[in-house]
Design a protein around this ligand. Sequence first.
Ligand code: PMP
Ligand code: GLN
Length: 384
Amino acid sequence: VNRRLAEFGTTIFAEMSALALRTGSINLGQGFPDTDGPEEVREAAVRALRDGRGNQYPPGPGVPELRTAIAAHQERRYGLSYDPDTEVLVTAGATEAIAAALLALLETGDEVVALEPYYDSYAACIAMAGGTRVPVTLRPHEGAFRLDLDELRAAVTDRTRLLLINTPHNPTGTVLTRAELTAIAELAVERDLLVVTDEVYEHLVFDEAEHVPLATLPGMRERTVSIGSAGKTFSFTGWKVGWVTAAPGLVAAVRSAKQFLTYVASGPFQYAVAEALALPDSYFTAFRDDMLTKRDLLATGLAEAGFGVFRPAGTYFVTTDIRPLGEQDGFAFCRALPERAGVVAIPNAVFYDHREAGAPFVRFAFCKRTGVLEEATRRLKTLG
Ligand code: PMP
Ligand code: GLN
């Protein structure tokens, strides 16, 4: 492997899921639901397969039905109007959207300011694109990981090309507030930066938190590449259907990279996701409410087991602090956890350049059946 990729090794998600299988542990590491998405959406995929829709290469930008459904979803939820023909691009999951956006928009040596901890593919894709990542660390403050806006401003230099934002945020569960996003938007406008915003957990926002798409803020629509995923919103992570919405020039740029990565993907699933996006609001509400119940179950169980718990405002992850258990090193803790308790979790340190800042934090996923979460917390309570 070349020098650009050498530092990344194997993604933590593959490593930890393999560990869970090998040890027969409950896997609260990699974020995937253990219950598939809606039956009618699965049926829609079967119908597409049977009717021969999408069994051959679909159109490069995605099938028209799905592009129209994505545009309608952005309009209905956020009042954002996108032209399905020029402002929407279907990708092989959000992962490809991130890769294609960075490969298309970065010149060698461009700096990318990203929130740290960051989803692991960000760092690898910035490197593959020849860019330089400049992490801004989210720091624990009153029970949540928060962004220091002065640090963010200080991270922008003359070489900064784009801001890479993620809200709701994996792994911390932070949902950036309207005030924080407004400050990010003002910075982007003032310094004439592009923004790539990963909003794959847009429908998983709890309590008083509100998901504010960056593209809705003043001056942002024309400079923002927004990313979504059917894997997250409809619990079909194996289908790999994601999308980009942005102004025509930006979509064209992302597409120019995407066409040489996968060309196209997920033919029949695209038709099914088009139907999924048209589900009534009750689907999205029930999905969120179900995850909220699970969040409370796991967060409470982890607190009872002695972890410091950052109760997430969004996503299906809860970040914990292991220091109250007398532990310091999340890596060592996660490696030993299958043996000690039969549970797998993710050490947040892998999402940091400043590893020491992430050392005592460990992430658990709660997109699992209630009985699984109960058994996991029962096991974790034996740790103390
Ligand atoms: N971004 C974030 C923040 C994620 O958590 C994930 C989930 N793995 C992705 C992107 C990738 O999404 P997809 O499975 O659609 O490629
Ligand atoms: N996004 C998921 C997580 O954060 C996993 C994605 C993956 O395995 N690449 O756990």
